[in-house]
Design a protein around this ligand. Structure first.
Ligand SMILES: Nc1ncnc2c1ncn2[C@@H]1O[C@H](COP(=O)(O)OP(=O)(O)OP(=O)(O)O)[C@@H](O)[C@H]1O
Length: 321
């Protein structure tokens, strides 16, 4: 498991991490989201020991990376696999040779490393591409090779830094499914840095929002979605843009586990029928149906009544603008 405790990193004149504490359980897929400059890359660099923390601790399976240096740090890095936005494969080597590369550097004998690399290519579904060079592979296939290479040293943790940002939607889905299936098959813990909320929606069990080097929100997806007013829940289930009609009286509601039909039932039973749903999203995340809807009401009075009735039933209603 990964455990960060008051992790702090200061550069001359700026604080990149202002005391980060969070823990990710073994076998969990955890997303770290945040705007540019929030400290995501610095966090990964401190976790891999590429950057030394100013203070605090970063433990992987109980081993404090911040306390290591030299050979011990290099050895513990082997328990971490890294996947980047671009696979950064060696152009002159085949897919198989690219996966073999870290094993070669680690001094694994040729026959053993070849067998292991073939196994890994099979694991990522690229056995038939073993002899191809990167230029002969699609972006998604290159990323698969990158993932196989990251797994070569049998890491317990996979750190993925924007692993799908350079890929189209369909390929993104395939790579995310692959990461989820590797977690299921190998039991590895996965930390994914991303600016795409769809990545969190699709495969994360838990997530953390970083802002200005601080944890603004962290938790399991279910907990996050249960509080629709929280910043991560708003990002995970956004409300589509409002219409430009200034006369329209709308009410914004968020659902976290309550069926849409219940909202209509409450409206009917309180004599404030909803005349239309102007816009909205409804989806199932982590097994819970969640959504955000903009309901059209007859007038301001009806809107007030409906708002009161829904709130009384525990449904989250936004303040009217
Ligand atoms: N080597 C460095 N020297 C000085 N300041 C740095 C250094 N690395 C990062 N920073 C600063 O630390 C803060 C966090 O940067 P970081 O790259 O970790 O953010 P990020 O969330 O990964 O952003 P992005 O999504 O754009 O990659 C920023 O203010 C950045 O300018």
């Amino acid at each position: 498991m990964i455990e960060l405790q008051e992790l702090r990193k200061e550069f001359a004149g700026s604080t990149a991490l202002a005391g980060i504490s969070l823990s990710v359980a073994e076998g969990e897929i955890h997303g770290i989201v945040g705007r540019s400059g929030a400290g995501k890359s610095t966090l990964i660099r401190c976790l891999t020991g590429l950057e030394s923390a100013t203070s605090g601790h970063a433990r992987i399976d109980g081993v404090d990376i911040t306390a290591l240096s030299g050979a011990r740090l290099r050895a513990s890095r082997r328990s971490i696999g890294m996947v980047f936005q671009h696979a950064n494969l060696l152009d002159s080597r085949t897919a198989l040779e690219n996966v073999e590369h870290p094993l070669q550097v680690a001094g694994v004998p040729r026959a053993a490393r070849r067998a292991r690399a073939l196994e890994l290519l099979e694991l990522v579904g690229l056995t038939d591409r073993a002899g191809n060079h990167p230029a002969q592979l699609s972006g998604g296939q290159q990323q698969r090779v990158g993932i196989a290479r990251a797994l070569a040293s049998e890491p317990k943790i996979l750190l993925c830094d924007e692993p799908t940002s350079a890929l189209d939607t369909q390929t993104t889905g395939q790579i995310l499914s692959l990461i989820a299936s590797l977690r299921d098959r190998l039991g590895i813990t996965v930390l994914i840095i991303t600016h795409e909320m769809s990545v969190v929606r699709e495969i994360c069990d838990s997530a953390t929002l970083l802002e200005h080097g601080r944890v603004t929100q962290t938790g399991m997806l279910g907990e996050i979605l249960a509080d629709p007013s929280s910043p991560l829940a708003r990002d995970l289930v956004p409300l589509p843009r409002a219409s430009d009609d200034p006369h329209r009286r709308t009410l914004e509601v968020a659902l976290a586990g309550t069926p849409l039909g219940t909202v209509f039932d409450i409206a009917e039973s309180t004599g404030t029928p909803i005349s239309a749903v102007e816009s909205g999203t409804l989806e199932t995340i982590d097994g819970t149906q969640v959504g955000r809807l903009r309901l059209v009401c007859a007038d301001t009075l009806q809107r007030e009544r409906l708002s009161t009735a829904l709130r009384a039933r525990g449904i989250h209603v936004e303040e009217a603008a």
